[in-house]
Design a protein around this ligand. Structure first.
Ligand code: AMP
Ligand code: ZN
Length: 508
């Protein structure tokens, strides 16, 4: 079943490449994690859903996965290059709180979203402030040949490594004019790997170093944490598409310097063999921006009544390299699709229970149209049962650079096979869901009901009113039944009689 070779799009070469692990049988993956100065928006979470599906796919393919995600609690400036203030320091000042409290609070909030979106726990969360001594050692190792000191810090000279910026395909003299000038920089794209605390100031987070008291640069952090935990070279480094332009080229430059040889062609020098980037989730009205008041957090979706896994499905319905536009209608459509799948699984479970513990071998209890028991057993042996229930197509789709939009249709295919025994279909769906992570086996229709937080009625009250209405209808008291319906409507509850998807009610 897992025969299709896994092909992944490598941003370094801009090509699909067959995945060849550095260590046979293993897959080591590093994902740039959040800067914990604020809540993540749902666009940020798309990056982790993508990394999660990548990790689950590697597991599906039989690799022993070691996945690391970092938590940036120091060093990320308001500009990805070297301009602006430290995001953490800035938020701490605005809230008059300690940076450590800010970091702890938003780290928890991020982890809550990770959990709600069914993103698997990585083998390790690396927290940047736990690695400062290693960062200083790394910087010391490359400082002589590749760095120079200015008043504001230790800078990396990008002209000392071959092919700087190849990942971004942007090797302009001006560094694309993207960086606020720092006096004394040799090249526009040079970046700070250590930022000195300005004289007379004290930062909440600062450490002693050979270049004075200060804090590590953000790019240094990821080079050090990925190399420390996974060892250079490791297999795959992931992040959002914005990181392809500055953050990852800078990491690569440092890794090249650290590995002592020039040239990107030798994958050891870029740190990771494959660099993968998810495209952005976009939203036209600007609600994605954390600076706008009510920005698109996962909690906002939940408050409006949407199950977080509807958002996960929305992400999976688009290929990770395509831009995805957020809309409430789109989210609603994803929720409906999820509900259809969940209802399909509920139905199959009920059928299976009816049949007792019938396995494929007991197929006689549900003869498949046109199939005999012997045929089925024979087919199982030669693998075509997988073709039949969709796992083979599923594997093919995933193997083509994680084509989740197509992979999802294999689940729907398995649900649609009316003449096939429930057990085989349930098994196949559970297997496929081990990659999609939609919790299709555990969710119920009731979990997916739309119930905004602002709703005035509780679910129990709605159910009680509907029960009274049912009684009224049974007694043919239609006036009473209509009155209950109108009362509910006045409270924002839409009663959905005969809805093919089985929603009994919906809160608007
Ligand atoms: P940050 O916390 O800003 O470092 O971002 C966390 C992750 O989210 C990074 O991998 C970013 O590249 C990614 N990211 C930021 N904005 C978006 C977006 N709108 N859509 C998808 N990914 C994003
Ligand atoms: Zn990073």
């Amino acid at each position: 079943m897992t025969d299709a070779p896994l092909k992944l799009f490598n941003s370094l070469t801009r090509q699909l490449e067959v995945f060849e692990p550095v260590h046979p049988g293993e897959a080591r993956v590093y994902t740039c994690g959040p800067t914990v100065y604020n809540y993540p928006h749902i666009g940020n979470m798309r990056a982790y859903v993508f990394a999660d599906v990548l990790g689950r796919t590697l597991t599906w393919k039989g690799y022993k996965l070691t996945h690391v995600i970092n938590i940036t609690d120091v060093g990320h400036l308001t500009d990805d290059a070297d301009a602006g203030e430290d995001k953490m320091e800035k938020m701490a000042a605005a809230k008059a709180q300690s940076i450590w409290d800010i970091a702890a609070h938003y780290k928890e909030a991020y982890w809550a979203d990770v959990k709600a979106l069914n993103i698997r726990q990585p083998a390790q969360w690396t927290v940047a402030t736990d690695y400062v001594p290693q960062m200083i050692e790394f910087a010391k190792g490359i400082a002589d040949k590749h760095c120079y000191e200015l008043e504001s810090g230790l800078y990396f000279d990008v002209s000392t490594v071959a092919d700087y910026g190849r990942l971004a395909r942007a090797q302009t003299e001006e560094g694309e004019g993207r960086i606020e000038a720092v006096e004394g920089k040799r090249n526009a794209a040079d970046f700070a790997i250590w930022r000195k605390t300005p004289p007379g100031e004290t930062r909440q987070m600062e450490w002693d170093s050979p270049w004075g008291r200060g804090a590590p640069g953000w790019h240094l952090e990821c080079s050090v944490m990925s190399g420390e935990v996974l060892g250079f070279p490791f297999d795959i480094h992931t992040g959002g598409i914005d990181h392809r332009e500055i953050h990852h080229p800078n990491e690569i430059a440092q890794n090249q310097a650290h590995c002592c040889t020039n040239g990107l062609d030798d994958p050891r020098n870029s740190g990771a063999r494959i660099w993968m980037h998810n495209n952005f989730l976009v939203e036209r009205s600007g609600k994605m921006s954390k600076s706008s008041g009510e920005f698109l957090r996962l909690q906002l979706l939940v408050d409006r009544g949407y199950h977080p896994l509807a958002y996960r499905l929305m992400c999976l319905q688009a290929h990770y390299r395509s831009e995805l536009e957020f809309s409430w209608e789109g989210l609603g459509a994803a929720l409906t699709r999820l509900k259809r799948m969940v209802m399909g699984v509920e139905h199959l479970k009920a059928r299976h229970a009816e049949l007792g513990s019938a396995s494929i071998a007991d197929l006689g209890t549900e003869p498949a149209e046109g199939w005999t028991l012997n045929q089925v057993q024979g087919d199982e042996a030669d693998g075509s049962i997988e073709r039949r229930v969709g796992t083979e197509q599923f594997d093919r789709a995933l193997s083509e650079d994680l084509n989740t939009p197509e992979a999802i249709t294999s689940v729907e295919w398995a649900l649609s096979l009316k003449d096939w025994p429930p057990k085989a279909r349930l098994d196949a769906i559970a297997k496929m869901d081990s990659v999609l992570g939609l919790n299709l086996m555990g969710l119920t229709r009731a979990d997916l009901r739309i119930r905004p937080k602002a709703a005035r009625l509780t679910e129990a009250e709605i159910e009680a009113a509907l029960a009274r209405r049912k009684d009224a209808r049974a007694a043919r008291d239609f006036a009473a039944s209509d009155a209950i319906r109108d009362e509910l409507a006045a409270q924002g509850v839409e009663v959905m009689d005969g809805d093919p998807l089985g929603w009994e009610w919906k809160l608007g």
